[in-house]
Design a protein around this ligand. Structure first.
Ligand code: A3P
Length: 277
């Protein structure tokens, strides 16, 4: 029996695919790609680079946990296996399903001023459809007057973060969730990433020197060891950090006023002040 258990110990220590012990659950356009790419700097982080969409897409969920495990990279005990699917944060049935997989999985949410997030969403949607015929103002309001928000649209509702967070808190304690501020990560990526390392309980590795601010993108990029000369070396793809349209002030105010009470509730619930306007 002693040999049997030492055999299984040995097997356990070999690199193999494991279910995630951490998930970046959202939010869409909140800097989820940047967060995942930056986390990959850490030697203990083993990340699934494509969005798995296991818990939110019915067809995938029906394939079962083995299908999900197969999507993951190989890892060792003590490593953190992680994936990001931003749709998880806002999909009602996901928290319960995640809990069924694991009660101690760590959940990370990167949040961004919901007004800016809505504009980013519009840019993404209109780029995909290859049509910019509808302005953001038309897209987000109802009627010719453009005085009333289309509050029931997905683009607006995703930004009511506190509502989605409460759905997660039915299944997980707050201590199992960690919030990243996209605005902070943009100006001080090392600091935000170090807080994530702490939350994941892995030794500090990520430092200021890992990043530089790209002058043309105005976003942090990863300092590559071979110092490639290309202008955007170590930066995320062109689809991240896209230019936004100029938005009319009254429409921006309409959105900010709509989100303000929800934001204040979120700060209390998440125990973090994000300082959004
Ligand atoms: P915009 O393109 O609207 O500026 P996600 O990866 O979740 O889709 O989020 C995309 C957003 O991440 C981008 O939205 C951008 O604002 C933000 N972001 C944060 N850090 C970034 C970085 N280092 N490089 C590029 N985009 C970053």
């Amino acid at each position: 029996n002693a040999t049997e258990s030492s055999m299984s110990d040995k097997l356990e220590r070999r690199p193999r695919k494991r279910l995630p012990n951490a998930i970046i659950i959202g939010v869409r356009k909140g800097g989820t790609r940047a967060l995942l790419e930056f986390l990959k700097l850490h030697p203990k982080i083993k990340a699934c680079s494509t969005e798995a969409h296991f818990f939110d897409v019915e067809e995938n969920y029906q394939f079962g946990l083995d299908w999900y495990r197969q999507k993951m990279p190989k890892s060792l005990p003590g490593d953190i296996t992680i994936e990001k699917t931003p749709a998880y944060f806002v999909t009602d049935k996901v928290p319960e399903r995640v809990r069924q997989m694991s009660t101690n999985v760590k959940l990370i949410v990167t949040l961004r001023d919901p007004t800016e997030r809505a504009i980013s969403d519009y840019v993404q949607i209109s780029t995909k459809k290859r049509k910019r015929s509808q302005s953001f103002e038309e897209f987000i309001t109802q009627g010719k007057e453009q005085k009333i928000l289309k509050t029931s649209t997905k683009t607006v509702q995703i930004g009511v973060y506190v509502k989605h967070l409460r759905n997660w808190l039915k299944y997980f304690p707050l201590s199992q969730l960690h919030f990243v501020s996209m605005e902070e990560m943009k100006v001080n990526p090392a600091k935000e990433l170090q807080a994530v390392e702490k939350f994941l309980d892995i030794e500090p590795f990520i430092k200021k020197e890992h990043f530089y601010i790209n002058e043309s993108k105005h976003f942090p990029c990863v300092t590559l060891p071979d110092k490639k000369k290309s202008e955007k070396a170590g930066c995320l793809s062109e689809t991240k950090g896209r230019p936004h349209p100029t938005v009319r002030n009254d429409i921006r105010t309409l959105l900010q006023n709509y989100y303000r009470p929800y934001n204040l509730e979120l700060y209390k619930e998440a125990q973090r002040d994000f300082h959004w306007p």
